[in-house]
Design a protein around this ligand. Structure first.
Ligand SMILES: [Cu+2]
Length: 525
């Protein structure tokens, strides 16, 4: 095994050398419901991917992933039932378990629980590779050679599109999960704010942090909570996890819910569509700069339970993986929007600049604890801060953003909710995520879980960013921009039952500092 190319973090319980396996286990085992003794078998694979990660099926027409309503529903439900059966199969309860147990429901979940590829540019490629092998497994288990992984098309726009599909709410189905938020299992739609993806859709390039970047920052360290989340991870990924709640509300259990896989297919589709419809680009395949992604090997298990490597540079384009999507959201075209300005700047410069500077803090205030009821706090603005915010918002410099930054975001356990964030919301006005006061969400997915980079499994704090440019402009236009202070209101939009509300109070989500920050402060020079 080529140890220089393989990222060990992507190999949970492989036939890796003992020393490596020990390292991974020490980081992840505490989260993991199932542990398989290493029994990888790479010799009898039926997979289209060779051990080198080369894809073989270049002539075959790609298989199309469709939204759930058009999906092979019975085949998916059958595959999930078969995977769940394996959990209690003697093959998998004996010691050591059979390699086929790598395809069991709980083992597939344990991969997600242990590997924690969130908060950085590995988020999208890692999950794409994870889904790719899961799709091979469900195709095999269903006995349906045409089965593809469906996506949950919650970004389509209607209230019904945000309801958990009926088959997942049927308590006799293999797709049922009793742990979900009751309102979701009762058929309530997720709030509209949970699925807003306009910020991600308009983001300019891949590598870097939300709101301006789609995919996430280069990984310096990663963990469940830390790192620089890209715009699509911030929204809709995290709030949808929080809105469904239950297993989906924590990294450790998310993949236990059969809707997890359809949720991530939707995120994967948005990535594909951001490139094909919005005309954006993945990072250049420059090994020197992008080695941590393209040069890395993601290792999962095929339909036989055999370990399979997949190279990052293959994962970047779904053509290499033999599937496609039947549909994409329409291209964003809003006159005078950030989107248009970005296009303009890209045309003028030929390409977006990559160099980024440290952000400049314009104003800040002590944080707050969030709860079930709305919480409001106020940030005082100095004269300098007022000038900087207004200049940046009005300058419409596409390389610069005024953002709200939350630092030391923590909780005592996963809060399983998200908050809508409003600025200068009048006290008598009902919060509405379609209003000009709404700026984005503060999701808690991953918060309150110990992070794998901390050897002692303590819970490091996280930071989160929300872009303010267009909201500040809109408030200046409507005459509601207050030069001396900015109020920030947090509204929890989910319907909680008594137990869920009590759990949230116990989780005590909170942040230490809130600031208004200017990204790329020197780029107007
Ligand atoms: Cu996820």
């Amino acid at each position: 095994m080529n140890t220089t190319e393989t990222n060990r973090i992507a190999t949970p319980f492989s036939a890796a050398p003992t020393v490596v396996l020990t390292t991974v286990l020490s980081l992840c085992l505490w989260l993991t419901p199932t542990t398989l003794t290493a029994q990888a078998n790479t010799s009898n694979s039926q997979s289209p991917v060779q051990a080198s990660g080369q894809i073989l099926q270049d002539d075959a027409a790609p298989l199309e992933r469709t939204e759930w309503s058009k999906a092979q529903k019975a085949s998916y439900a059958k595959a999930v039932a078969e995977m769940k059966k394996l959990d209690s199969d003697p093959k998998c309860t004996k010691e050591p378990p059979d390699p086929i147990c790598h395809t069991s429901w709980s083992f597939q979940n344990s991969i997600h629980a242990g590997l924690c590829q969130h908060g950085g540019w590995q988020f999208l490629p890692w999950h794409r590779a994870y889904l790719y092998w899961f799709e091979q497994i469900i195709r095999d288990k269903s006995g349906d050679p045409k089965l593809t992984l469906p996506y949950w098309n919650y970004t389509k726009g209607g209230d019904d599109d945000r309801k958990l599909p009926a088959e997942f709410r049927d308590n006799k189905s293999s797709l049922w999960d009793p742990a979900r938020r009751k309102a979701i299992n009762d058929g309530d739609p997720m709030p509209a704010s949970a699925v807003k993806f306009n910020v991600a859709w308009a983001s300019k390039d891949f590598v870097g942090e939300s709101p301006d970047h789609f995919g996430g920052g280069r990984i310096r360290h990663h963990g469940i909570q830390g790192g620089e989340k890209g715009a699509v991870e911030v929204q809709p990924h995290d709030p949808v996890h929080n809105a469904v709640g239950g297993d989906m509300g924590s990294n450790a259990k998310a993949a236990n819910d059969a809707i997890f896989w359809l949720h991530h297919a939707e995120i994967d589709r948005l990535w594909y569509c951001w490139i094909t419809v919005q005309g954006r680009k993945n990072p250049p395949n420059d090994v020197a700069v992008n080695q941590p992604w393209y040069g890395q090997t993601y290792t999962f298990y095929d339909a036989k339970g055999a370990e399979q490597p997949l190279k990052g540079d293959k994962v970047a384009d779904i053509k290499n993986l033999g599937y496609t999507y039947d549909n994409c959201p329409p291209k964003a075209k809003l006159p005078g929007s950030e989107e248009e300005l970005v296009q303009l700047a890209m045309q003028e410069s030929g390409e977006m600049p990559v160099a980024e500077e440290s952000p400049k803090t314009l104003a800040s205030s002590k944080g707050a604890q969030l709860a079930v009821e709305p919480v409001r706090l106020t940030i005082d603005l100095s004269r300098q801060a007022q000038d900087d915010i207004e200049a940046a918002a009005l300058a419409r410099n596409p390389q610069q953003s005024v953002v709200l930054r939350f630092d030391d975001v923590v909780a005592d356990k996963p809060p399983r909710v998200y908050y809508e964030v409003y600025i200068n919301l009048p006290e008598t006005t009902q919060p509405d995520s379609n209003s000009r006061y709404y700026v984005g969400n503060l999701a808690t997915f991953g918060i309150g879980e110990a992070s794998m980079e901390m050897a002692d499994h303590t819970m490091p704090s996280a930071h989160r960013l929300i872009g303010l440019n267009s909201a500040v402009r809109a408030l200046m236009t409507s005459g509601e921009w207050d030069r001396s202070k900015m109020s920030v209101t947090f509204v929890m939009p989910l319907k909680l039952d008594t137990q869920e509300a009590a759990d949230l109070m116990q989780a005590r989500p909170r942040f230490g500092t809130i600031s208004i920050v200017l990204t790329n402060p020197g780029s107007d020079k």
